[in-house]
Design a protein around this ligand. Structure first.
Ligand SMILES: [Zn+2]
Length: 324
């Protein structure tokens, strides 16, 4: 039995570093890292991560419960899985990050920052991920679900992002996200430095970043809100049929542009607490700054992750169009 969340919160090393249950062998690979391999043949290799942002506690609790159920044999393991709690120090402090956003550090981007425990953690996660995929049976399909909760409210409450990729999108991944009753899928149009971008680019994994409602402290989450995602992940881990979707058709969006903050006078024409997927119509103003106004030319666009407070030179929001 490895209680990965308690070990991580208390910064403890387990009494036993590896072992086995009736159905799988396991190895504790360091803080917030647990690898489980079924004793029978498996067809999928899965990276399940949460807590890359330390204050996004619900997905961490969700994975902790899944781990406990695997050890208690309430859940059968049929895929090889690596559980990752991304930023343990930030998790212990209940903050998104300490110095820099870890979900902008992958694909080697940590090398551009001053070395600190978070850049070291990002480098370590890259190594552990590479080892995990390299050690897995060659003909298995690789998956990565990176679980987050959002800072702001959302008009489409739960959604997933696909990192930019040139490989085809994996049908099973899309089916699983539909089965998790997500409201929307968003397809990125540019290279990023996220954990999922790393696993797509380096390991051709089928990867997605899930945004599952709002960030709250430990103990304040209503995990029932995350039940559909929980059921989907359990079905995937057990290699059983995906749950039946309960919602209307999932909506799909592509990123068509980003709003860049070019100077300090930058203003977004949105209230500070405007939700994700706020929309603008043709002719409306999205942002103003010295370099020029951002006016909508399409019939309708949506904005994701609006944030006028970013540093100058960074993106202050993604502009989306719906895919018909
Ligand atoms: Zn996050």
């Amino acid at each position: 039995m490895v209680d990965l969340l308690t070990l991580t919160l208390e910064q403890r090393v387990p009494v036993q570093m590896q072992g086995e249950t009736a159905g799988f062998t396991w190895q504790w690979l360091g803080e917030g890292l647990l690898q489980c391999t079924p004793k029978t043949a498996y067809r999928k290799t899965m990276l399940l991560s949460a807590g890359i942002h330390g204050n996004e506690t619900a997905p961490i609790e969700l994975l902790a419960n899944i781990i406990n159920d695997l050890f208690a044999q309430r859940l059968t393991l049929a895929v090889r899985v690596l559980f990752v709690f991304g930023n343990p120090e930030a998790i212990r402090h209940g903050v998104r990050y300490l110095e820099n956003d870890m979900n902008r550090m992958f694909c080697g981007a940590y090398q551009q920052l001053a070395q600190d425990p978070e850049t070291e953690r990002a480098a370590h996660l890259e190594q552990v991920t590479a080892q995990f995929f390299a050690d897995s049976e060659v003909d298995t399909r690789r998956y990565h679900y990176d679980l987050h909760t959002a800072i702001r409210a959302s008009r489409l409450p739960v959604f997933a992002l696909f990192p930019y990729q040139t490989q085809p999108y994996d049908d099973f991944l899309i089916q699983s996200l539909k089965a998790a009753d997500l409201d929307a899928l968003v397809y990125h149009n540019a290279v990023g430095k996220t954990f999922t971008h790393f696993t797509v680019e380096r390991f051709q994994a089928a990867s997605s970043t899930l945004e599952l409602g709002k960030a709250k402290p430990f103990g304040e989450n209503d995990l029932a809100e995350f039940a559909s995602t929980d059921q989907m992940l359990r079905a995937v881990l057990a290699d059983q049929a995906l749950p039946i979707r309960q919602k209307s058709d999932i909506r799909q969006f592509k990123v068509v542009d980003s709003v860049l903050k070019q100077s300090e006078d930058f203003q977004l024409k949105l209230s500070a607490d405007a939700p994700n997927f706020s929309t603008f119509q043709k002719g409306e103003l999205i942002a103003t700054q010295q370099a020029g106004d951002y006016v909508v030319h399409d019939q309708q666009v949506w904005i994701l992750f609006p944030n006028p407070k970013v540093k100058t030179g960074l993106r202050a929001g993604l502009i989306l169009k719906e895919i018909e």
